[in-house]
Design a protein around this ligand. Structure first.
Ligand SMILES: [Zn+2]
Length: 282
């Protein structure tokens, strides 16, 4: 596993920045400085990825934010503070073929007796990770650029024309306290993302998903009634990839068609309700 918390040298420039946050002027030997990678633009386990612009914005939001070591209940006060951030290219490529970027931060803590063990653990590489939290305003579909709310028809993790679908996290508005995660107790490691109007967005997504499901079923049924469908499974697969506009268009066209021809009663199941005014209740 990659080590993302590393002890670092202190430069004169660092001391100037640190002393902006301290109550009195500190000297380099009173301070312990380390670097930490807060997040990157790789697709995470939720199928989401920060855009380069989001990382840039987060680099501003994380400045001055404190980190805590929550595995040790004795240390209640803030333990470290971020005083410098930057977005850096690693030279690697992301899983979706873009240059990999990391949001790197430099943080300091006092070399006091209280933090002696923590500093030792960072120095020894025992503490390798941090858990961070932030809030963003929007998720954007990487395939069509629409706001990702389940309505555009693209599914996270699916591939469309050789491109993987993921949600791009945009417009960060808040960065929260971060915490050290001791290895191997790293269950909580990673990024905790919040969304503005979370419940509202989720509700919209649910409505969208239900609507899409209903539309897909209607299109399949209408094609069946039109004897349009050649291969059942292949058609269902095709329908599952259609976006909302394509589905609506298909539904309208097939509805028009069916209206203009004589319905064949033997195609219907007894539990299907078909109204003559061209409204199909499925
Ligand atoms: Zn989409």
């Amino acid at each position: 596993m990659k080590q993302i918390v590393k002890s670092a040298n202190i430069t004169a420039d660092d001391m100037d920045l640190i002393n902006k946050y301290t109550r009195r002027e500190m000297k380099p030997d009173e301070i312990f400085v380390f670097t930490v990678i807060l997040c990157d633009n790789e697709i995470d386990r939720d199928g989401e990825s920060f855009t380069p612009e989001s990382l840039k914005k987060l680099s501003e939001l994380f400045l001055g934010k404190t980190g805590i070591f929550d595995h040790n209940p004795k240390i209640k006060n803030q333990t470290a503070r971020i005083f410098k951030t930057c977005v850096e290219a690693t030279g690697e490529t992301t899983s979706f073929g873009k240059p990999k970027l990391v949001l790197k931060a430099k943080a300091y803590m006092a070399r006091s007796e209280r933090f002696k063990d923590l500093i030792l653990e960072i120095d020894a590489g025992i503490i390798k990770e941090v858990s961070v939290g932030c809030r963003v305003l929007k998720k954007i579909c990487s395939i069509c650029g629409a706001e990702y709310d389940g309505c555009c028809g693209h599914e996270i993790g699916e591939t469309y024309h050789n491109k993987i679908c993921y949600a791009m996290l945009t417009e960060p508005i808040d960065a929260y306290e971060w915490s050290f995660v001791a290895v191997p107790a790293q269950v909580g490691a990673g990024i905790v993302k919040g969304f503005a109007n979370n419940s509202q967005l989720e509700k919209q997504a649910q409505i969208g998903r239900r609507h899409m499901q209903k539309l897909r079923a209607q299109v399949i049924k209408l094609s069946f009634l039109n004897e349009f469908m050649v291969n059942n499974d292949a058609f269902a697969k095709m329908v599952s990839k259609m976006n909302i506009d394509e589905l609506e268009l298909f539904k309208d066209e097939l509805s028009k068609k069916i209206n203009s021809k004589t319905l064949k009663p033997q195609l219907f199941n007894s539990n299907e309700i078909i109204k003559t005014n061209n409204q199909f209740v499925i």
